[in-house]
Design a binder for this molecule. Structure first.
Ligand SMILES: C[S@@+](CC[C@H](N)C(=O)[O-])C[C@H]1O[C@@H](n2cnc3c(N)ncnc32)[C@H](O)[C@@H]1O
Length: 309
C-alpha cells in the first residue's frame, strides 16, 4: 500500500498560487509508475518538489512562460552557491533603507533581468504575488513590514531544492501547449494554470495568460493521445465560484480540495474557505483503477478534505 509520511519539502521562493499547502491532497492521485512528471505552469514547482521528495517520480520537466523565472530556476539548480552569495549581499545591503533599496533592485531587474535580483524581489513582494505591467516591467510593490527570507533559511532551501532536482530535471520556457506534447504513456502532466479570475482582468498577477478555449482545445488533444494529467483549476470561495468549470465532453473526474484560507482566498481578497477544483484525465483514471490504493489512514484524511463531486 502507498503511504505518505510527513517529510519536509524545501521551497525556493514565495510564490502566490503555490500548491505547497495542498500538495498532500494532490500526490495521492499519482500513479505508482510515473516516469516523468511534466509541470507546464511550474511557478515555484511545489508539486514537482513534493513528488521528488516522496520519490514518486524519476524525471521532471518544469516549464513556465516567464523567462526570467526559468533563468532563476536554472541558477538554483546549477549554481546555488553563487546565487546565495548574491542574495545574501542584497539582503544585507537593504538594511539601511529597505523601501528605497527594493525600488533600486526592481529597476535593475527591469533593465538587466538578473536572476539574483528576481530572487530578492520574490522574497520581498506583497504576498509573493508577481505582477508585470502591460509593457512587461515587473511592477509589484514590496511588503515593507518584512525583510524577505533570511539568507540562512534561503540558503538551506535553495541547496536542498538543487540537490533534489539536479540531474533529473529539464527546464524550458515555452507556451504550455508545446511542453505537454512531450508526455509519453508512463508520464504524468500536472497543470496549474493562472486563475481565470485574475488572468483576464487588468490586474496581471501572472506573466501572460491563456484563454479558456485555447486551454480546452489542448486538453482535447491530450485526451486523444491518452495523456495522463491532473489539473488544478479555480474553484469556490464561500458561495462564490471562480471561473467556468471544464466541459463534460472531456470526461474528466472532478474532485474538490478544501484549500483553507491561505492561497486562493487571499489572492481573491476574501476570508472564506476556498474549495479548489482538481480534475483527473480519463487516461489517468484508467491507470489508477488498475492500482492498489492508499492506507486507510490516508484515505480517511483525504475523505475529510476531499468531497467528490
Ligand atoms: C498558478 S501559477 C503556478 C503556481 C505553481 N503551481 C506553484 O506551485 O508555484 C501559474 C503559472 O503559469 C505561468 N503561465 C501563464 N501562462 C502560461 C502559458 N501560456 N504557458 C506556460 N506558463 C504560463 C505563470 O507565469 C505562472 O507562473
Amino acid at each position: 500500500m502507498k503511504t505518505l509520511n510527513h517529510i519536509s519539502i524545501p521551497h525556493p521562493f514565495p510564490y502566490q498560487g503555490s500548491k505547497r499547502g495542498i500538495a498532500k491532497y494532490i500526490l495521492p492521485h499519482f500513479p505508482s509508475d510515473v516516469n516523468c512528471l511534466i509541470e507546464p505552469f511550474c511557478g515555484a514547482s511545489a508539486i514537482t518538489l513534493s513528488a521528488s521528495a516522496y520519490g514518486l517520480i524519476k524525471k521532471v520537466i518544469i516549464n513556465d512562460l516567464n523567462k526570467p523565472l526559468m533563468h532563476l530556476w536554472q541558477e538554483i539548480l546549477e549554481n546555488p552557491d553563487n546565487l546565495m552569495k548574491q542574495y545574501e549581499q542584497l539582503w544585507h545591503e537593504q538594511q539601511i533603507d529597505k523601501k528605497a533599496y527594493f525600488f533600486k533592485v526592481r529597476e535593475q531587474f527591469n533593465e538587466t533581468h538578473q536572476t539574483h535580483h528576481l530572487l530578492y524581489l520574490l522574497a520581498r513582494i506583497v504576498k509573493g504575488s508577481v505582477r508585470y505591467s502591460s509593457s512587461g516591467s515587473f511592477n509589484q510593490s514590496a511588503d515593507n513590514r518584512r525583510l524577505g527570507m533570511r539568507p540562512n533559511t534561503m540558503r538551506k532551501n535553495i541547496i536542498n531544492v538543487s540537490s533534489l532536482l539536479l540531474g533529473t530535471t529539464t527546464l524550458s520556457s515555452v507556451d504550455f501547449s508545446e511542453v505537454v506534447k512531450k508526455a509519453k504513456e508512463n508520464d504524468l502532466v500536472y497543470m496549474d494554470p493562472p486563475y481565470q479570475g485574475t488572468s483576464f482582468t487588468r490586474d496581471h498577477r501572472y506573466l501572460n495568460g491563456l484563454t479558456y478555449d485555447n486551454f480546452v482545445d489542448v486538453l482535447k488533444i491530450m485526451n486523444e493521445k491518452n495523456t495522463s494529467y491532473i489539473i488544478s483549476y479555480d474553484g469556490k470561495t464561500g458561495e462564490k465560484s471562480h471561473g467556468k468549470s471544464l466541459p463534460n465532453f472531456l470526461s474528466l473526474k472532478h474532485l474538490h480540495i478544501n484549500a483553507g484560507r491561505s492561497s486562493q482566498a487571499t489572492l481573491l481578497g476574501s476570508n472564506d474557505e476556498t474549495i479548489e477544483s482538481l480534475y483527473l484525465s480519463p487516461a489517468l483514471i484508467d491507470r489508477l483503477n488498475d492500482e492498489e490504493h492508499f492506507t486507510p489512514e490516508i484515505q480517511q484524511e483525504m475523505q475529510q478534505e476531499l468531497m467528490f463531486a
